[in-house]
Design a protein around this ligand. Sequence first.
Ligand code: CAA
Length: 246
Amino acid sequence: MSRVALVTGGMGGLGEAICIKLAALGYKVVTTHSPGNAKAAEWLQSMNNMGYGFKAFPCDVADFDSCKACVEQVTKEVGPVDVLVNNAGITRDMTFKKMNKADWDAVISTNLDSVFNMTKQVMDGMLERKWGRVINVSSVNGQKGAFGQTNYSAAKAGMHGFTKALALEVARSGVTVNTISPGYIGTKMVMAIPQEILDSKILPQIPVARLGKPEEIAGLVAYLSSEEAAFVTGANISINGGQHMF
Ligand code: CAA
């Protein structure tokens, strides 16, 4: 029987590439979209026209009750979640001087509270079934900090603290918990950075001298989701073209 993978924020960017890769490997793939996202149905239709067989449910990952309702629906309509990819995230980049409380709260709740909100819904089931994979999509900027990202860097670093603590608690029950820390990938989020900043400040710090590809991240998630990755837990895997060394 194929395993169920739930990828938050799978419509576009890294999440979409992860959904496509896991579907190609035979997982039943479910993703989430923001409640009221007018483009969700259209996206789902176009992906399923290509034969992926995705399901998609509304979920505000920053809201515990919304996550609870979403996972209940997934469990009922698709099956219990075996692989959870906490991928949904936002940026509100600005220098600390300009950042207000709302900018801080939005990023912390969407990028970090979400990890608790979603993982809480699936962990008991994984422990009962003695198999599970939780993969938290963090960032190189959680490892080294980034100019204009005090909120984002704090949330992404916090994710890995969560990963390590939970990995210890569930290690004996066949459940692994890992963080991946992508660098700058050619997605809409990165393309929103002013070109001049990208060219002058960011690209020079990437030894491989290019942006990453979403498929490269998806390949790592596929590995961590697999049987072969059972001995990897509590890890934070850098996938950033060498940028973490700068
Ligand atoms: N390092 C050093 N200095 C920087 C810098 C950087 N990365 N970015 C900007 N600066 C400097 C500028 O050169 C400028 O210096 P001067 O005043 O001497 O000219 C000064 O900071 C102010 O810069 P801006 O005029 O750009 O200021 P702003 O307030 O308009 O914008 C900003 C600031 C929003 C942080 C903007 O610079 C920006 O968007 N930077 C990119 C932030 C970033 O890397 N975000 C990552 C998004 S992708 C992502 O998050 C995915 C992932 O996980 C990797």
